[in-house]
Design a protein around this ligand. Structure first.
Ligand code: P5A
Length: 437
């Protein structure tokens, strides 16, 4: 992509309404634009990052055998009346009516919708277990939307739903998702810690929030620092290994604010290992048994011919929140630092361009074509602008690799720089190889 053709409305001024770094940087680099309170448009740069995150989330869901589908954003109020949540959900739910005056709502979550789909077609235990997921917009009329896409009203969520015959099997589905979440956040370059958490309006009695540490996070957490040392690479997607993973994690005290009791903390964690800090909730998983299946009469026939209410869990990842969370976890000073897998571009070529001399730009274009032929997603800064302004702009954008075409360029050797590292002189072959790896 040529920068001159790309819509990245970068602003020089610090946006005054933004209180945290990720919100400031997303506005400054034109990743998002507010449309009304807590509602944002995703401009090309922000959208590209979000789509990359979405794909990583999707792959890890597919890896544990979850099946992708797509449910609508608008739901009928009837199913929510069946589950009993229509009144309980309160003012966070955006209620609407259609031209026939039918009560509808913009889905804040999809437990009812998926239960309705499942009960209409699955009648036998033989089809269990099942895990479905979709990646879809949600709306919650948050009392205080803030921090940009971190806590907004319209947001993009991956939500999954599991169906099992009994609690033991349901816990195996829960463990799979627990594993998929740890893997997903690891792929995104984040260290996430599963913390026992309250279930709020979703319900149930088993729940973990996946938290990444950040001073600007809204969740208060209390944990044993030893939990950070658990490496997830030793676990595989087998029932026994995942059971072991859950046991290993549950050895260590790790809870969010609403589960915190100071006497338990002191009893279970040595003073020197206690961590009390703040974090960002990037995922949340729940097991709630028959909370929805019972009132909504979602049952299957067991082997013995008995009607059994299916046991369900639900599992959410804040895909749009993750864009901000990654910035928050990685930025330093005024610079973003995208992990390679989610960076809007793999590499940027920055030629020093003079009015009367196009030679650097010509060289840059050759490199650009070669990298593109090799499947590398490359941005060429072909804008005629002072080189130090260019560097400032690219520091802000945080693309992990830069190829600089300027005074150091000699023969066919180009300056290649990885963010925060010393630059090196490499030829095009070496650069291509490095980027392909
Ligand atoms: C689990 C999936 C649920 O909604 N139902 C379906 C369950 N859980 S949750 O914890 O309420 O939300 C899941 C994740 O969505 C993100 N999130 C938000 N992101 C941005 N703005 C918001 N207002 C917002 N609310 C929730 C979080 O990452 C959360 O973990």
């Amino acid at each position: 992509m040529l920068l001159s053709k790309l819509f990245i409305p970068i602003t020089k001024d610090l946006p005054t309404e933004a209180k945290i770094k990720s919100h400031q940087l997303m506005l400054r680099t034109g990743m998002i634009r507010q449309s009304s309170a807590g509602i944002y448009s995703w401009l090309p740069l922000g959208f590209k990052v979000m789509k990359k995150i979405e794909n990583i989330v999707r792959n890890e869901q597919n890896n544990i055998g979850a099946q992708e589908m797509l449910m609508p954003t608008i739901q009928s109020a009837d199913i929510w009346k069946e589950s009993g949540r229509y009144d309980d959900y309160g003012e966070e739910m955006l209620r609407i009516s259609d031209r026939q005056k039918r009560e509808m709502l913009y889905g804040p979550t999809n437990e009812e919708q998926i239960t309705e789909i499942f009960r209409s077609s699955v009648k036998s235990y033989k089809l269990l277990p099942q895990i479905f997921y979709h990646i879809q917009w949600k709306f919650r009329d948050e009392l205080r939307p803030r921090f940009g896409v971190m806590r907004c009203r319209e947001f993009y969520m991956k939500d999954a739903y599991s169906f099992d015959l009994n609690e033991n099997e349901a816990v195996l589905s829960y463990n799979k998702m627990f594993f998929a979440y740890l893997k997903t956040f690891q792929k995104l370059g984040l260290k996430s810690i599963p913390m026992k958490a309250d279930t709020g309006p979703i319900g149930g009695d088993l729940s973990h929030e996946f938290i990444i540490l950040a001073d600007t996070g809204e969740s208060k957490i209390y944990t044993d620092k030893k939990i950070f040392d658990i490496s997830i690479d030793k676990y595989q997607n087998t029932d026994a290994s995942l059971k072991k993973m859950r046991t290993d994690f549950s050895q260590f005290y790790a809870v969010t604010d609403d589960k915190f009791k100071s006497e338990d903390f002191d009893k279970n964690v040595k003073k020197e290992d206690q961590i009390q800090t703040k974090g960002i909730e990037v995922g949340h998983i729940f097991y709630f048994g028959d909370k929805y299946s019972k009132p909504m009469k979602c049952s299957v026939d067991s082997k013995e011919g008995k009607k059994i209410f299916v046991k369900m869990g639900s599992y959410g990842i804040g895909v749009s929140r993750l864009v901000a969370a990654i910035i928050e976890a990685k930025y330093s000073k005024e610079k973003m630092k995208w992990p390679k897998l989610v960076s809007p571009f793999d590499v940027v070529i920055i030629p020093a361009i003079n009015k009367n001399d196009n030679s650097n730009l010509d060289k840059a274009k050759k490199i650009y074509d070669e990298l593109k032929t090799n499947g590398i997603d490359v941005l060429l800064d072909d804008v005629e602008e002072n080189i130090s302004n260019k560097f400032k702009k690219h520091d802000l954008l945080g693309i992990p690799f830069q190829i600089i075409i300027g005074s150091k360029t000699k023969n066919n050797m180009f300056e290649f720089k990885e963010i925060d590292k010393e630059s090196q002189m490499l030829d095009l072959n070496e650069i291509t190889k490095l980027l392909k790896n």
